[in-house]
Design a protein around this ligand. Structure first.
Ligand SMILES: [Zn+2]
Ligand SMILES: [Zn+2]
Length: 294
């Protein structure tokens, strides 16, 4: 019997904003956000559908084509989080079943957004022509059940409607949070309410793993306030405050080569060691191919 509480988290895309292939990003990766969560029972949740989802799709097809069953949970519909979808190979074989979950944007439904991305003007295969069984499930902030997980969705500080997700196996066991494209600092004007900072810490309280936007250095943030992203320092501070055990710095700035990410990771670890870290035992930088077990 598989352990119903255990699952793995694999990083297929770690980069923010735009793919950055090349020798300078080979270690941390150049694909845009995509993280696979797989339970021991075989349930699969895919967090975001950036370009990293292409290679994940190939792996899934290689493993069990015609019987792929996947839940894709989108944080929001900015390009870097959906641009891999048209190249997700399981869409193109009958028998596969994919459910795409995510928020609407203003009055535009999630399904309309996905259709636009595959409109004949910009892509040769329309959404209706996929062979797999596709369902689109719009979500609102709050709680819902998705496969083997109970999901709590919270609105983030980012342009448009962007949701952060906390996932807990229904069978019990370790919880994780996926929070990308989120401005922890004071910049920007977002519809998140006056108590957001407190609500956010409550939302994260005690998670075993937090994947958080850490796009900028403090110097870079100065010219990017209101862009909807955070620094690694802010990510470490909120992880410590919320009693997170493991933090993964995510959504790397396209201009950051591997050396720059090494440097900011070293500073983040120094900050975590320097005290006030709460339960925070480990800080990592998301790396394509990295697999964590919870
Ligand atoms: Zn993004
Ligand atoms: Zn975004």
């Amino acid at each position: 019997m598989p352990d119903r509480k255990a699952y793995t988290v694999t990083f297929w895309g770690t980069r923010g904003s735009i793919p950055t292939p090349g020798a300078h990003t080979a270690r941390y990766g150049g694909n845009t956000p995509c993280v696979a969560v797989e339970s021991a029972g075989g349930e699969l949740v895919i967090l975001d559908a950036g370009t990293g989802i292409r290679a994940l799709g190939l792996t899934l097809v290689g493993r069990h084509n015609g019987a792929v069953n996947a839940e894709i949970l989108l944080s929001h519909a900015h390009w870097d989080h959906i641009q891999g979808l048209p190249h997700f190979k399981p869409f193109f074989a009958p028998g596969n079943r994919v459910r795409i979950w995510g928020p609407r944007q203003g009055t535009t439904s999630l399904e309309a957004i996905l259709r636009q991305q595959m409109d004949p003007a910009v892509f040769p295969v329309p959404l209706d022509a996929l062979s797999a069984k596709l369902t689109v499930q719009q979500v609102e902030p709050g709680e819902f059940t998705m496969g083997a997980f109970r999901v709590h969705a919270l609105r983030l500080r980012h342009p448009g409607t962007t949701l952060g997700y906390r996932l807990t196996p229904i069978a019990g066991g370790p919880s994780m949070a996926y929070v990308t494209d989120n401005e922890l600092g004071a910049g920007g004007s977002y519809e998140t309410g006056a108590t957001w900072a407190r609500d956010f810490v409550t939302f994260l309280k005690g998670v075993d793993l937090l994947i958080h936007d850490a796009m900028y250095t403090p110097e870079e943030l100065a010219s990017h306030r209101g862009w909807g992203h955070s620094t690694f320092e802010e990510a470490v501070a909120v992880a410590a405050e919320a009693g997170v055990e493991r933090l993964v710095l995510f959504h790397h700035e396209p201009e950051h080569g591997d050396g720059a990410i090494d440097d900011l990771l070293a500073l983040a670890r120094q900050q975590a060691r320097a005290g006030g870290r709460g339960r925070l035992a480990e800080v990592l930088a998301a790396q394509e191919g990295m697999k964590l077990t919870l």
